[in-house]
Ligand binder design. Structure first.
Ligand code: ZN
Length: 195
């Protein structure tokens, strides 16, 4: 899977870091969430272009004012389902939950050129973002990238990264990134507390 597509998947997976300051993802903050999520996609292991990633995510996000609370909740459930699947791949209940969510996502088949058929999200909005993420997860499974996608084992981190170590034993994102995010969280907590 190329870095541009991987960055889009990581932007989605790593957006769990944003829920503490955007009031758990409500329509009024959806536009900000999109911009912040795009910034979270460019983690180590993916070298995509930040501007291209933001444009792609914004196009998928659609009109922020048209998003509904229910759509945002479904998008978040798909994200949390994928995260849980990365943490424990053998959970059958989890697969059933994701399967139920996937049933309502807008997807269509495209034939971009002779001999090639692709699945892609239809339209724009939170459900289109969730649909894109599931397509990317599917593509990653097909091309062998999925087993290499890991979540940092630090309890307050869980950021996605690609394990490119030869024996596939990496358990942590880069310590520098972990530290920077811990500082950002502390800063936001101080801001909320008005300190
Ligand atoms: Zn980490």
């Amino acid at each position: 899977m190329n870095d541009a597509r991987l960055s889009l998947l990581f932007a989605f997976l790593n957006s769990h870091d944003l829920d503490d300051w955007d009031d758990a993802l409500v329509p009024e903050h959806y536009g900000d969430w999109v911009r912040a999520a795009a910034a979270n996609g460019l983690v180590d292991g993916s070298e995509g272009d930040a501007g291209v990633l933001l444009a792609r995510l914004a196009a998928l996000a659609g009109d922020p004012l048209a998003a509904t609370t229910a759509e945002l909740a479904a998008m978040r459930d798909v994200r949390d389902g994928l995260i849980a699947m990365l943490l424990d791949e053998d959970d059958a209940t989890l697969a059933a939950v994701l399967d139920g969510l996937a049933r309502d996502l807008p997807l269509r088949l495209r034939v971009p050129e002779p001999g090639r058929v692709e699945l892609e999200p239809a339209g724009a909005g939170p459900l289109a973002i969730a649909a894109a993420a599931l397509v990317l997860a599917h593509d990653a499974a097909v091309d062998g990238t999925w087993p290499r996608i890991r979540l940092c084992h630090a309890d307050d981190c869980h950021w996605a990264f690609v394990d490119r170590s030869r024996n596939g034993s990496r358990r942590w994102c880069s310590m520098g990134d972990c530290g920077a995010r811990a500082k950002a969280r502390a800063y936001r907590a101080r801001q909320r507390a008005g300190v």
